[in-house]
Structure formats: C-alpha cells, structure tokens
Design a binder for this molecule. Structure first.
Ligand code: ADP
Ligand code: MG
Length: 609
C-alpha cells in the first residue's frame, strides 16, 4: 500500500510538471491519497460522526481540503506521509508487544512427563497437572514450577530473576517455569499449572502495568483530547482572518490546512507509552517487576530510600551464636521449645531456629494456640504451658522479669528470649551477615544524591552495628510494624520515599511508601502482591540501577514533550503567517517529529547489560 501510494505520488508530480491533462493528474493523486488513506479516512469520518475529532479527522480533512482548493499534490502528500508516520507508530507499539511476547515465550510449548512404569510422554505444557513428574534433561527449559524430587544440576534462572550465575538445585529445591537446566538431569514434581506459575504472574503483571498510566501520560492524553477541537476552531479562525485581510479564498484555506496538519498531536501521544512500557518490559528482563507506569515516574523522583534490616540488608539466614541458660534449664530444652513454636512462623529468625534444632537433631513437639505478635515474636502452648519467644519488648509487655545475667554476659547479637509462663528460661543470641551487594547498593545511592535509612524492629545495639557496616546514613531501631509505617510517612513528607523490604512484618510500610519494593518475589506471593515493584532476585544493587533507569525514562519523556511542543509551536507560528507550505508542515511538523520522538523512546528498549 505504501509503495503504491508513493509511486502514484511521484508519478503525479512528474505528470503535473510536464503539464499533463489536469484530470489525469488529479486521478493519479487521488489513487495515491486513497491507497494511503484507506484506513485513515474511514476513521476520520467515524470520528466526525461521533464528534470525537481525533488526528485521523484532522489529517483527512486537511487532505480532502487540499484537493478541493486545487492542490492535489499536497493533498496526496499529507495522506501519504501521515500514513508513514502511522506505520512508524505501529512498529513502535509492536516492539513493546514483542517484549511481552518474549516473556510469554519463555514457557516451552511442551513438557516431558513421566508416566507410570517409567514410560515418558511429551504433552503440551498447558495440559500438565499438579503432581505430574517432569523429566528435565540437560540444556532444556523447565516448563512449570515445581520441586526437584530426583537428580542434581544447576539452573540458569536469569530469564525470570535476572541473576547471572546458575543456581545449584538438588532434591527439595524449587525450580521455576522458563528457567534453563544446565548440565544435570532432574525430575521435578509440578506444584503449579501453566497459568499459575511465577512466570505467568510476571507476564500478567507486566501486561497490566501498561494500563496503570503515569501521571504525565494521563495528562497528555487528556490534553490531546481537548486540544484537537481547539485546533480545529483555531484553524477555521485563521482561515476567516486571512480572508478578511484580503487573501484569496484558496490561499486562506491553504493556510488553515497547513495549521491543521501541524496541529496533529500524534508524535508525543505515542512516544510516552512507548518509553514507559519499554522501560517496564526491559526491567522485567532484568528481574525487576514494575507494576505500573505510575511507579516509573514515582521512582524517578526518589529522594530517600528506606531499608528494612532482617532479610533485606542482611541475608536473613541467622545462625545461633550462643544460648544462655537460666534456672538450670538445658540447651536442648530452650532451643526445642523455641523451635517448636517457631515452626509455624515464616520470620527469618523462626526459620533459622528450626534449622538449628534440626542440625542438632533435637525432636520438636506440637504447639497449640500459636500466634505471632508482629514486631515482638510468637506465643503458644506446648502441653499445658504457655510459652513466649521474642524480643525484650515481648517479655516486658507480658511483665516477665528478665534474668539479669543474660542482659550483661550473654554476647552481642539479635537476642531471642524464651519464656515459659512467667519464667525466663534462656536467651538465644543470633547473628546475621550482610547481604552481598548491600554495601555497594547503599554507596551507589549516596553517590546519586539519595538519602538512605534503615528501619528495624531489632535492638539498638544490633541496628547500630549493621548500619555502620552497610553504611546507611541513619537508622531507627526497635520499631513495631506500625511505627515503621509512621517513620515512612514522616520520611515521605520530606521527599519521595522508596521502602525496600522482604514483606515480613514490613508489608504495611511497603504500602505506605511512595514506592514499595519487595525482595525475593519468586519465593513469596505476598511480596509479589503487596509491593509496587518486586525484585525477583535478592540483589539490592537493582535498586540504584532501577532509579537510574526510571530517571532516564522520564527524561526521555520530558525531552519528547518539550521538543514536540516547541517544534509544533514554531512551525505553527510560521504557518499562521503563511511562511510554510503543506509539504514542510507534514514532513517536519508531523512525520519527522514522530520519527525523532519514537527513535528517542526506543533507545530504552536496547538491552543494557
Ligand atoms: P526487622 O525490622 O529487622 O526486619 P521485624 O520487624 O521483622 O524485624 O521484627 C522485629 C523484631 O521482633 C525482631 O528483631 C525480633 O526480635 C522480633 N521477632 C519478630 N518475629 C519473631 C519471631 N518469629 N521469633 C522471634 N522474634 C521475633
Ligand atoms: Mg523484616
């Protein structure tokens, strides 16, 4: 269609120059115009009927108008060049769709499952059910989420978490759809079906993200809706004024049409979603899931980044350093009681305690009436005794007297107090190590001029030490979950604030922050759901790089808006004074600009690795 239209346009110009029959010239231009406008003209007409004057209407009337006043070459050119700029737009939109499609295609179309009696069958991935056993040969892509039940290998999880090194996997480990098995052979029990895998959630979220528009984007859409009718009015006024000032009728119409062409808002209207969606899709590939355009804009304005401590700045893989015993209790008794309750909790401290007792092969019993006390610890019954496991605040709120000894002679670290009824049995001292990359992330943020602060429910001593090690400028210790929320609200008042947490005891703070970023979203649904942005991989260095990317995205958006508006304004003013013709208006004011603006936006798509 483009070729037909272009060749007719050229033919028409040649014929016109050689003074061919005027009817024939008109005819040739008309073919050019109609072939380029076959989709544009009907849309323009529909717009007119619905009283929604959009750019199709603007361009259709400009083109038809040009034919009527005896400038068929311009009329055809307007339509042809607008058609080309529509093609450019479409390509840009496809680019974005392709990004999402690439994510979808990470799921292999079929999977090999193990049938009874050891036979194997290759079936479509969508037909695999929970409980089926997948056979995963070296070098193949894993089709569904599941747990390894046989074999040992390492798996490249880069497609969904962005982490560069393969992760070792053996029996009991979780594997994810879309990741690639390396050298070993694995058998995997499927834990979620095709449309419930982590991968399909990612695709869904990225897709939904397109609809959560950034404020700037919304502003522009609203603006362009009002703008077209205004431009049509202005154009008519310009025509009438030129006529009044003594221009010939066709001269007056020509000027008006030129202004009409320039006023087409297509360039920046398309460029904004292209920039923002490219940025979202690009981030997803790096294991950073941004759940809406709005968050990209918000992140670009960040002044402060607040971090949770346990599980965020630290690994959250605590080890038991020391157990201090009181009232002749044994180490086994204290650890077993604590772990028995903690079996039910998902807190990093809890997991660490359970792991420690398993290593020492202590037998855990059953607890009743278990409940967590956020920011303090847990409570529950073992046999007919009430137990409390948690921090000092928990014990003092239960008015349980601390054994004075443990206060002063029981090491330094995260203290977990264990009490039976009113009696303090013992104190477990635990320590945690800094997450790799945490220090680097904090120092990068500082270099970018962003304030950093740590918010923790742990004690002052531990907080102070970790803050110093990791290099955060400030910290607040002994915070309850609701106090973390208040701290975030105060920070937000002084500048746009990001909260980074692991979703355990800090979900309310993640929600309260201008942007909540959750760590380790592959393994925790809650983190994936409550946050605005989820890091698939536990790497804090993604935070500064995300901020950089968001800043770049928004600066491209702003550049595009500024350039579009100034070029249009300039050419528009020239048009008012009759200094530009239709050719120039369409080539520079519309197509050239669309091209420049889209090219600028697509810079974000290029992989930055
Ligand atoms: P952080 O801010 O360091 O992530 P949390 O808000 O999750 O810490 O918890 C605050 C404090 O509450 C912990 O340092 C710990 O002392 C205590 N705590 C919370 N949950 C538990 C638990 N399940 N077992 C023992 N102590 C707990
Ligand atoms: Mg935490």
């Amino acid at each position: 269609m483009a070729v037909l239209s272009a060749s007719m346009l050229v033919l028409g110009i040649i014929l016109e120059m050689t003074n061919f029959d005027i009817i024939l010239v008109y005819g040739v231009f008309l073919v050019s115009m109609l072939s380029a406008g076959q989709f544009i003209l009907p849309r323009g007409a529909r717009g007119l009927l619905n009283l929604k004057l959009d750019m199709h209407f603007l361009m259709s009337s400009a083109s038809i108008g040009a034919f009527i006043i005896g400038a068929p070459a311009e009329g055809a050119a307007v339509m042809f060049l607008f058609f080309i700029s529509m093609l450019l737009e479409e390509r840009a939109e496809n680019q974005v769709k392709k990004e999402i499609q690439e994510l979808v295609e990470l799921e292999p179309p079929s999977a090999t499952i193990k049938m009874n009696k050891g036979a194997e069958a290759l079936i479509p991935t969508s037909e695999v059910r929970i409980g089926d056993t997948l056979v995963i040969r070296p070098g193949t892509r894993i089709g569904l989420d599941g747990i390894v039940v046989f074999g040992e290998s390492s798996v490249n999880q880069a497609p969904i978490t962005g982490e560069s090194l393969p992760v070792p996997k053996s029996v009991g480990d979780q594997v994810y759809a879309g990741t690639i098995n390396q050298q070993g052979y694995l058998e995997v029990d499927v834990t979620s079906e095709s449309h419930h895998t982590v991968l399909s959630r990612i695709v869904e979220l990225v897709d939904e993200a397109k609809n959560k528009k950034a404020p700037t984007e919304k502003l522009i859409t609203r603006f362009s809706r009002k703008y077209t009718p205004i431009m049509v009015t202005l154009t008519i006024t310009l025509g009438l004024v030129s006529l009044y000032l003594g221009a010939s009728p066709s001269e007056a119409v020509y000027r008006a049409l030129t202004l009409l062409v320039i006023s087409c808002p297509c360039a920046f209207v398309v460029s904004i979603p292209v920039s923002i969606v490219s940025s979202i899709a690009g981030s997803a590939r790096e294991g950073v899931l941004v759940k809406g355009g709005i968050h990209i804009e918000q992140v670009s304005k960040t002044k402060i980044v607040a971090f949770d401590k346990t599980g965020t700045l630290t690994e959250g893989e605590l080890s038991v350093k020391e157990v201090c015993l009181h009232n002749n209790r044994s180490r086994e008794e204290v650890l077993t009681a604590a772990a028995t309750l903690e079996q039910m909790s998902e807190h990093p401290i809890a997991r660490a305690l359970v792991a420690a007792t398993e290593r020492e092969e202590f037998q855990l019993s059953k607890s009743f009436g278990f409940s967590t006390i956020p920011g303090r610890g847990v409570e529950g019954m073992i046999g007919d005794m009430q137990y409390y496991v948690g921090n000092r605040r928990l014990l003092s709120e239960q008015s349980i007297e601390l054994d004075a000894l443990s206060e002063h002679s029981c090491g330094v670290g995260t203290m977990v107090y264990v009490a039976q009824d009113r009696e303090h049995l013992g104190t477990i001292v635990m320590s945690d190590s800094l997450r790799t990359g945490a220090k680097e992330a904090v120092s990068q943020l500082k270099r970018m001029g962003i304030d950093t602060i740590m918010l923790t429910g742990d004690s002052e001593t531990v907080a102070e030490e970790i803050a110093r090690e990791v290099g955060v400028a400030k910290y607040q210790a002994e915070l309850l979950p609701e106090e973390k929320v208040r701290a975030i609200e105060e920070l937000s008042a002084s500048g746009s604030t990001i909260m980074v947490g692991d979703g355990i005891n800090d979900a309310p703070a993640l929600v309260a922050a201008d942007v909540g970023i959750a760590m380790g979203a592959v393994s925790s649904d809650a983190a994936l759901e409550t946050s605005d942005i989820a890091l698939m991989q536990q790497d804090l260095r993604k935070v500064p790089s995300l901020i950089k990317k968001a800043r770049k995205t928004m600066s491209i958006v702003r550049q595009n808006i500024a350039v579009s508006i100034s070029v249009k304004l300039l050419v528009g003013i020239l048009a008012v004074f009759g200094l530009v013709n239709l050719w120039f208006a369409i080539a520079v004011g519309d197509m050239g600009l669309t091209f420049a603006v889209i090219a600028n936006a697509l810079r974000l798509v290029r992989k930055q690795s």
